[in-house]
Design a protein around this ligand. Sequence first.
Ligand SMILES: [Zn+2]
Length: 608
Amino acid sequence: MSPPRKISRRKFVQSASLLTAGLATPAWFPKFHGVSNVDQPLREFGYGDVSLASELHERQLEQTRSVLMGLHEDSLLKPFRQMGGQPAPGDELGGWYQYDPNYDWHTFDAGFAPAATFGQWVSALARSYAITRDRKIREKVLSLNRLYAETISGDFYVKNRFPAYCYDKLVCGLIDSHQLAGDPDAFRILEHTTDTALPHLPGKAVEHGTSWRPGTDESWTWDESYTIPENLFLAYQRGAGARYRALGSQYLNDEYFNPLAEGQCAFAGRHAYSHVNALCSAMQAYLTLGNVKYLRAAQNGFDFLAAQSFATGGWGPDETLRAPNSNDVYASLTNTHSSFETPCGSYAHFKLTRYLLRVTGDSRYGDSMERVMYNTVLGAKPLLPDGKTFYYSDYNFEGRKVYSNHAWPCCSGTLPQVVADYGINTYFRDARGIYVNLYIPSTLRWTEGNASLSLSQKGSYPLDSLVQFEVTASRPVEFGVNFRIPSWAEGASISVNGKRASEPVIAGRFATLRRRWKRGDHVEVDLKLAQRLEAIDARHPNTVALLCGPLVLFAITDTPQAVTRQQLLSANKVGEQKWEVETATAPLSMLPFTAISDEQYSTYLVVS
Ligand SMILES: [Zn+2]
């Protein structure tokens, strides 16, 4: 155990000013044709700049926060203390979170990944504090970091199947604590953590399934060292020091990124979530180092992923990425119920599409994020205080929404982070104005010059096509508002103060309204919710999902029913969130994922 490095007051002040520098656009940021519609990456807003007013989104945020706030500090620290040989009072959390020195992966469930979610929970609480400014949440973040700092020990990594995974999550928790909860000790604790972890990490990205610790069984080859650059680059950007930039570079997985950058699909057989999450490392490598290879790898990776995604936007049946044009995704509709690792997959997907959207200004990344949100994670069963967690979405012909058999699995770490990020995924900005990426009832507050502004959106989208916006401005000010027009929204229109806007509104682009805005200006965006069918793949054109706008409509049925394309396309909306399809026999009910509880459903139907 190496002692914490003292950080001088001067060094801390320098770090704090670097924080601002890190958020600014790097001077070298290139503009090149065909890749980017923007001069500079779009900027994110702060967590506190957006307040959501959507019951579904807010409920997820409140539920996850209340579970995390209810976890006892001694229980959270217990695996760290036990593995470091310290007294470890308090109850076990159980499940994957607990430490069991006799753990055997063949037969045990509890003890699989001790303390692996700790850093993610600290991160989620820091994000929650930045949204709510609730003092109790900040106190919990600072207290957990203080107590964790007393447990830092090389033994934690020696005894751990997932040293890089745990280190990555701890880095994330600490840099979020620094940036979002103002923990003055976070970077000192980060240094101590890094000094302690590094001797026990592989030294470079090691692929899933590759043995690098002699004398250990295969369960010790499932770590994810190829995902750690993202948070290391973010640590550097936030002022933690040049060391983190160098470490980020050291762990870049070129074995995976090089072929992707050259347009070769390096997916087949790879673990799904961690390799999509690794594309976020490629994006942060691009944003930090300026090496276009990593942007190409992430862009091509996204395209390969989109080509093997379900209509919901989910991917990776049985947690595995597939060869392009394989039969595997179609076959998964009958041979598995583990179709999409939902909270973890959504977390990776939201970050990847956020970074790609910011860098390219291409609205299709926002379309993809929206699809994953409404059809997967927003309909996840709630995280429960005993560790019950929604893990897989089920796209089997006989599908059900169920809890995982595991308590406190990986997905209990990502869900609280995903739901804290809904706000920052909704709006972006550049020097010329605002981007509306997601249509979620909410209010954005910001300043433009010396004017205080707000933009509020209302409506029942995606159950209704109309979204209403209202601007408030402390004084009239000129700026652009860019509305994402989804690629399916042919015929979408925008009106300003009751008059149809003359600016072009094109499906699959952002539509820009640039004017001198004043208090009370209102905008109505009509997104024309097109009903359409999407086949599972080109070889199975009759196995289709029905979509309405961004929503997949799931057939609520225990028995396969004969149905035609035309019948599906003529689905009638018969309730606030219910559609009905006339068939030759009985009417078929169709629900969005967020409206399904325990009934059996089918994502895809075979049409005649
Ligand atoms: Zn997971």
